[in-house]
Design a protein around this ligand. Structure first.
Ligand code: SAM
Length: 390
């Protein structure tokens, strides 16, 4: 059923606000927000932005949804989907277990009614999912309870963007984030595990620019011994091209990548490498909950960011929910289990019932894995990054 024809949901009040949930203050006291529009950050300060959002048990409002549309990828990045584990015989999800576009769109519409205002399509590699512009069309038709368009974006390795940027933009995609770990073919080829050339990703980025998918963001995972030397050239390139570049600390997601703390290049080291050549100064966050620490070039030529999820965890401001390709809801990137939404969806639950299910999961949410990360948690079960989509 296309989203545009979804029946009205009478479980919400007419002004589109959602009922407030409890929030836990720093001193441990439990408070109920007066109108459901209040979220409390980790420092206990309120954040009013005039939008609805359900607070979880730590006061973090549900604002973002990441939707994985496939667990498959055409790259074999060693930090995510290493070739030796995910070879020819690896059993990815069978088609019947993957949500179809109508199912994805129906869930997304419910999340939007609950206060989500940013949708990110991801994977696996989302562009390997056939007919993706159809889903983009469904999602682009969604409106927030107060009638505003949703911020609709997509994270991709860029390999198929040259062909798809135009159709995606035509279908209503707003912007795009492209992952690119180096401008050096030898380094990039080794990191993507399939010798994919840099030039084809750059062609895809150029196509995204032509199609108006702006601003273009670029994500770079930095891994010790592999691409530290790529940091400065990437920073220079992104600054010259006007792209928003974010360096990501290598994270201990999943179990397949053999993560070790020694492989993490801390954000401070990444920044010092850049600052030594291109002096930087910190910027204020663009909005509460922004995961990237932002720094501007002192000469006024642009900015660069770091996502320091290992050395400076940001669980206190995490407003993100995730749906895996098989329709499980996760409230943390480091979660061990998701809550199955596909079964109730396929069993015929109403929107109101599904909404109540999602709301109950969010209200009870306590995850703050990155803040609790320690050697003691090493053996803890975790879902793989490609299943959740980063
Ligand atoms: N295939 C798409 C792409 O390449 O952007 C979307 C999915 S990918 C899992 C999303 C992002 O997660 C990419 O930027 C990727 O580099 C990042 N990523 C994957 N594994 C990671 C890890 N262990 N640590 C940090 N970032 C990681």
């Amino acid at each position: 059923m296309p989203v545009t024809s979804l029946p009205p949901d009478d479980s919400l009040p007419p002004d589109g606000t959602v009922a407030p949930g409890p929030s836990l203050a720093r001193d441990g006291s439990l408070t109920l927000p007066p109108d459901g529009r209040l979220s409390l950050a980790r420092d206990g300060s309120p954040s009013f932005d005039g939008r609805p959002g359900i607070p979880d048990s730590l006061g973090r409002a549900l604002r973002d949804l990441r939707i994985s549309v496939t667990d498959r990828c055409n790259f074999r990045c060693a930090y995510c989907m290493p070739a030796e584990v995910f070879g020819r015989d690896f059993a990815f999800l069978p088609r019947t277990e993957v949500l179809d576009f109508e199912e994805v769109a129906r869930l997304a519409a419910i999340f939007v009614r609950l206060g989500v205002h940013k949708l990110r399509i991801t994977g696996g590699e989302p562009l390997v999912r056939r007919d993706l512009p159809v889903l983009v069309g469904y999602l682009a038709a969604l409106r927030s309870p107060d009638g505003e368009p949703i911020d609709l974006t997509l994270t991709t390795n860029g390999s198929a963007l040259r062909a798809l940027a135009g159709p995606l933009a035509d279908a209503g995609l707003g912007r795009v984030t492209v992952s690119l770990d180096s401008l050096d073919d030898a380094v990039f080829g080794a990191m993507n595990g399939v010798d994919f050339p840099v030039s084809r990703v750059l062609d895809g980025i150029a196509a995204a620019r032509t199609a108006g998918l702006a601003p273009i963001k670029v994500n770079t995972v930095v891994r010790r011994g592999l691409n530290e030397a790529s940091v400065l050239p990437l920073a220079r390139w992104a600054r010259d091209e006007g792209f928003v570049l974010r360096f990501i600390e290598y994270m201990d997601v999943g179990h397949s990548n053999g993560w070790r703390l020694d492989d993490v290049v801390p954000a401070d080291e990444i920044l010092s490498r850049i600052d030594a050549e291109l002096p930087l100064e910190p910027m204020a966050p663009g909005y509460r909950g922004e995961v990237a620490g932002r720094y501007r070039f002192r000469d006024g030529s642009g900015e660069v960011g770091v996502i320091a999820s290992v050395t400076r965890p940001f669980c206190g401001d995490c407003t993100r929910a995730r749906i895996s390709a098989d329709g499980h809801l996760y409230t943390c990137l480091f979660a061990a289990d998701g809550v199955d939404l596909r079964a109730p969806l396929r069993d015929g639950e109403s929107d109101a019932e599904l909404e109540a299910r999602i709301r109950a999961v969010w209200v009870a949410r306590t995850d703050r894995y990155s803040e609790l990360r320690s050697d003691a948690t090493e053996g803890r079960p975790r879902v793989e990054m490609f299943a959740l989509g980063g």
